[in-house]
Write a protein that binds this ligand. Structure first.
Ligand SMILES: NC(=O)c1ccc[n+]([C@@H]2O[C@H](COP(=O)([O-])OP(=O)(O)OC[C@H]3O[C@@H](n4cnc5c(N)ncnc54)[C@H](O)[C@@H]3O)[C@@H](O)[C@H]2O)c1
Length: 302
C-alpha cells in the first residue's frame, strides 16, 4: 500500500533548502500539511530572510499541496515554540517533526572559539531539543507522534575540523535514545537519519565526480518511512546517501572481568586490553539498564 500522510501535520525545520526542502516537498506530495521552517540565513547561521521558506511553500502550493512558512530560529526556546505553534494555529495539531535545520562553523580545534562551539550546538542539539519539547506534550496528548533527528557521519565516526558539529550531531542520538524510552507508550517514535547529499553544506567538500550521485532526494525516502504511521520502529539510526541505506548502532564488547573482586591495576588493564576491546561478540543494548545487567551478569555468572 502506498504510504500517505493525509490529515497529518508536519513541521520540517531548515526546510528552505537542501535536504529539508526535499523532505517537505515529498511529505506534501503525499498529503501532509507542512510548516516549512527556515531562518533563511547564511551557512554559519548568520543573517536571515523570509524568502527561503516562502519559496518552498509556493512550490508545495503550486503542486497542489498545503503549507505555511515560518522563519523562527530553532536555536531559542521561544523560536522553537513559535514553530510548533505555527502548526497548531494553522492546522490544529502536530503529528510529525523533522529536526533538520543546521549550520556549520568548521575550524580545527586549536582555532575554535567558545562562540563557534555554542553557535553550532545551539542549532543542532538545543534546536532539536527545543522543537521536540514544544511538540512533545501535543503528541503525548494525541497519542501519536513521529520525530526524526538528523545526525552526521562526522558525529558518529569523527571528522577533522568539526569538533562543534560532531559533538552536537552525536548528542541528538543521545536525545533520541532517551526519548525512544519515553515515547513508545504514547505511540511517539523517534528515529535518526545520517544523510550524505549534495547541498550548500557539502558542495565545497565533494568532488565533481560524486556530486551527481548524491542527490538529496535519495535521503528523503528513509525519513519519509520514519514519519509513516506504518512505522513502529523507534530508536534507529540509518545512514542514507546515493541510494545506500544502512543502520548504524552503538555496540559493546562482550568484555572481560578482571581482579577477581579486587581492584585491578592499570598493568592488568594493559595486559588484557585486547580482551576488553575484542568486538567479535559485541552486542547492542536497548537501554542503560540492559547495559548494566550485562555488567552484573558478567561479574556474577549464573
Ligand atoms: N548534506 C549532507 O551531506 C549532510 C551530511 C550530514 C548531515 N547533514 C545534516 O542535514 C541537515 C540539512 O542540511 P543540508 O545539507 O540540507 O544543508 P542546508 O544548509 O542546505 O540546509 C540547512 C537549512 O537549515 C537552515 N537553518 C540554519 N539555522 C537555522 C535555525 N537556527 N533555525 C531554522 N533554520 C535554520 C538553513 O537556513 C538551511 O536552509 C543538517 O542538520 C545537516 O547537519 C547533512
Amino acid at each position: 500500500m502506498t504510504i500517505r500522510y493525509d490529515n497529518r501535520v508536519a513541521v520540517v525545520t531548515g526546510a528552505g533548502a537542501g535536504l529539508g526542502r526535499n523532505h517537505a516537498l515529498f511529505l506534501a506530495s503525499r498529503g501532509a500539511k507542512i510548516v516549512v521552517n527556515d531562518l533563511g540565513g547564511a551557512i554559519d547561521g548568520s543573517g536571515g530572510s523570509t524568502t527561503a521558506a516562502e519559496k518552498v511553500v509556493e512550490e508545495i502550493k503550486a503542486a497542489g499541496g498545503e503549507a505555511v512558512a515560518n522563519t523562527d530560529s530553532v536555536a531559542t526556546p521561544e523560536g522553537a515554540a513559535g514553530i510548533i505553534q505555527s502548526a497548531i494555529d494553522n492546522f490544529g495539531k502536530i503529528d510529525i517533526l523533522i529536526n533538520n535545520a543546521g549550520n556549520l562553523r568548521d575550524k580545527s580545534f586549536s582555532k575554535l572559539t567558545p562562540a563557534d562551539f555554542d553557535a553550532v550546538v545551539d542549532v543542532h542539539l538545543s534546536g532539536s531539543a527545543y522543537t521536540t519539547l514544544a511538540a512533545w506534550n501535543h503528541m503525548k496528548d494525541a497519542n501519536y507522534g513521529r520525530i526524526v533527528m538528523t545526525t552526521s557521519a562526522a558525529g558518529l565516526f569523527g571528522n577533522f575540523g568539526q569538533g562543534n558539529y560532531a559533538a552536537a550531531k552525536l548528542a541528538v542520538v543521545g536525545l533520541m535514545n532517551a526519548l525512544k524510552q519515553e515515547g513508545t507508550k504514547y505511540n511517539i517514535n523517534v528515529n535518526t537519519v545520517a544523510p550524505m547529499a549534495l547541498t550548500r553544506m557539502t558542495e565545497d567538500i565533494m568532488s565533481d565526480k560524486i556530486k551527481p550521485l548524491v542527490k538529496p532526494e535519495f535521503v528523503t525516502p528513509v525519513v519519509a518511512w520514519f514519519c509513516a504511521e506504518e512505522n513502529t520502529v523507534s530508536g534507529d539510526v540509518v545512514e542514507a546517501g546515493a541510494g545506500y541505506y544502512g543502520k548504524v548502532q552503538i555496540v559493546e564488547a562482550k568484555g572481560t572481568v578482571l581482579g577477581g573482586g579486587e581492584i585491578p591495576t592499570p598493568e592488568e588493564i594493559q595486559a588484557n586490553y585486547d580482551k576488553i576491546t575484542d568486538m567479535s561478540e559485541a552486542q547492542p543494548f536497548h537501554s542503560a539498564n540492559d547495559a548494566m545487567r550485562h555488567i552484573f551478569r558478567s561479574v556474577k555468572p549464573r
